[in-house]
Design a protein around this ligand. Structure first.
Ligand code: PLZ
Length: 420
């Protein structure tokens, strides 16, 4: 096999510069909580391919299900000739997501596509157009989802014009909003919505229950329920974007459960497919079924190989009790992180944790130190990611099957990187 250096040369000559990579080492194999590069060097994985390989990389059940499915058939298009696994994945989404009402689901290829479809459904069902999103939000890179995403660089810069009828409200960000409690922060957001959009114009309020790319921002307790209650009152659809938070990641099947939320619609992707591309929208039957037959779909949505992987991934989550595994990871990481000095905040839930770094004695974001720490982790063989509007958040997303040993090895590297 070529070396990473040779591969990098080929990459620069062949792959568009706009597509970035966190590290310059090329992967040869991966399993459980580690990656091995083409030089044979092992990496501890605190990224999970951005919260995807919750069941571990190349999880045995997923591998077996995919192998069996590709031998039977690879693609028919569900809109042309349907098959059982698509229906079974929808049944699982209905069963696993919060919401005691009757539900329906539909499958797509990517998170952005799921978000687009949730907005389509909400608009169609309500006959309204406005979509309310929040500061620091991330919802994807397609045209509509760029409009929904807050951050200009790198996601939106010179890619406009963006889709209309998208309105941004202030987020609850306890470290940075002067200590507003949940209901106060919700009141502030609702004021903006009522004054600048008008309650009767709102098709959907769309929010990540814990923000992902925006900085692992956990809203103050009570913020999400107050928004959901306002949306219900206003006749707007409350959509939880659980693409990064879903499928056991935060120590519940879905992060909405931490506050007893029952979103009207939930978008899912990432962890759902155990590494294969699949996404879903699940929620109230009255909304989902409002759309005319043929109004939703796509060539590959709910592809049979991806459906087989999703069913196997979900089975693995149940069998290995990955909800509890994520809680265990939270306990280990949080107690270790809270002992490290010079961190503005340790936050997150389950195995979706982050630290925010600021300049001493202030709240001024320290993006340079964050990048340096991340780089030091990479040099020592720990794969970490940064995030946040200000680029000063280091986030940890280990596979939920990571061994205690790898977790502690990762922590040792991180501690060392933060010290220097
Ligand atoms: N909604 C909450 O986290 C994807 C994107 C990384 P796709 N997050 C990682 C990047 O730089 O592109 C995400 C998300 C939330 C939507 C999405 C979009 O999901 O599968 O990447 O389209």
């Amino acid at each position: 096999m070529s070396s990473s250096e040779e591969l990098h040369k080929r990459r620069v000559a062949a792959v568009a510069r706009g597509v970035g990579s966190t590290i310059n080492s090329y992967v040869a194999s991966a399993g459980g909580g580690t990656l091995t590069d083409v030089e044979g060097r092992e990496w501890i994985d605190f990224a999970s391919g951005i919260a995807v390989t919750n069941v571990g990389n190349a999880a045995p059940k997923v591998v077996e299900a995919v192998r069996a499915q590709v031998e039977r058939f690879t693609h028919t298009c569900f809109m042309v000739a349907p098959y059982e696994s698509y229906v079974a994945v929808c049944e699982q989404l209905i069963e696993l997501t919060p919401g005691s009402f009757e539900k329906r689901a539909a499958l797509f290829n990517s998170g952005a596509e799921a978000v687009e479809n949730a907005v389509k459904i909400a608009r169609h069902a309500t006959g309204r157009q406005a979509v309310v999103v929040f500061d620091h939000a991330y919802h994807g890179r397609t045209n509509l989802t760029m409009a929904l995403t807050a951050k200009n660089m790198p996601y939106k810069h010179r890619f406009g014009p963006f889709a209309p009828e998208v309105y941004r409200a202030p987020m609850s960000y306890p470290l940075r909003d002067g200590g507003l409690d949940g209901p106060e922060a919700a009141r502030r957001a609702i004021d903006v919505i009522e004054k600048q959009v008008g309650a009767g114009n709102v098709a959907a309020v769309l929010i990540e229950p814990i923000q992902g790319e925006g900085g692992f921002v956990v809203p103050a307790q009570g913020f999400l329920p107050a928004l959901a209650a306002w949306a219900a009152e206003a006749g707007a659809v409350f959509i939880a974007d659980e693409i990064q938070t879903g499928f056991c990641r935060t120590g519940q099947w879905f992060a909405s459960e931490h506050e007893g939320l029952e979103p009207d619609l939930i978008t899912t992707a990432k962890g759902m497919g155990g590494g294969l591309p699949i996404a879903g929208v699940v929620g109230r039957a009255s909304l989902m079924d409002a759309v005319h037959a043929g109004g939703l779909g796509g060539t590959y949505g709910g592809n049979p190989v991806a459906c087989a992987a999703a069913l196997a991934a979900i089975e693995t989550m149940r069998e290995l009790d990955l909800v509890t595994a994520a809680q265990r990871i939270e306990n280990v990481l949080k107690s270790a992180l809270s002992e490290i000095p010079d961190i503005a905040e340790v936050r997150g839930r389950g195995a979706m944790l982050a630290i925010e770094l600021v300049k001493p004695g202030s709240l001024e974001p320290d993006a340079a130190r964050t990048a340096a720490v991340s780089k030091a982790c990479h040099d020592a063989g720990l794969l970490t990611l940064t995030c946040g509007t200000y680029g000063n958040v280091l986030r940890f997303l280990p596979p939920l099957v990571i061994s205690d040993e790898d977790l502690h090895r990762g922590l040792d590297i991180l501690r060392e990187a933060l010290r220097n």
